[in-house]
Design a protein around this ligand. Structure first.
Ligand SMILES: [Zn+2]
Length: 142
């Protein structure tokens, strides 16, 4: 089995919750004067929702957690890739912590996703510490 096949096999067996990023199109004024839009899941199912005021919903087609922003689906992806042995630890956490740096997601939430794939919270916290320590003082201030 090559790395990709190994990853696919792991993914199939261990993906706890399907978390996907949606596409939002067709923003328009709804009946009550507020904006609505079409939210399309990866599976193709499309839902009409309010444009504002939400960050995640459940797909009525496939049951996936559908996210407005890529952060949670990407974090989920890199933990799975790391847990399946197809992605190097440093590479995976580098991607994961990007979203903590940009304050899209809190470290606690990130660690909880990792735990679903057998990565103890303490390992995520330790890696975070190590990444922070590797930075130059200038980067730390930013
Ligand atoms: Zn779906």
């Amino acid at each position: 089995m090559n790395n990709f096949q190994k990853y696919q096999a792991f993914n199939k067996e261990h993906r706890k919750v399907k978390r996907v990023e949606c596409s939002i199109t067709n923003k328009r004024k709804g009946a009550i004067g507020k904006y609505v839009c079409d939210v399309k899941c990866e599976c193709g199912h499309t839902m009409v929702r309010m444009f504002a005021g939400w960050s995640a919903l459940t797909c009525g087609g496939c049951g996936a957690e559908v996210y407005r922003h890529e952060a949670i689906p990407e974090i989920d992806f890199y933990y799975r890739a790391f847990a399946s042995g197809t992605c190097d630890k440093w590479h995976a956490f580098d991607h994961i912590f990007k979203y903590v740096d940009s304050r899209k997601v809190q470290l606690e939430r990130v660690a909880a996703i990792g735990e679903e794939y057998g990565v103890p919270k303490s390992q995520t916290f330790n890696m975070r510490q190590r990444f922070l320590e590797m930075r130059t003082p200038q980067q730390k201030e930013a």
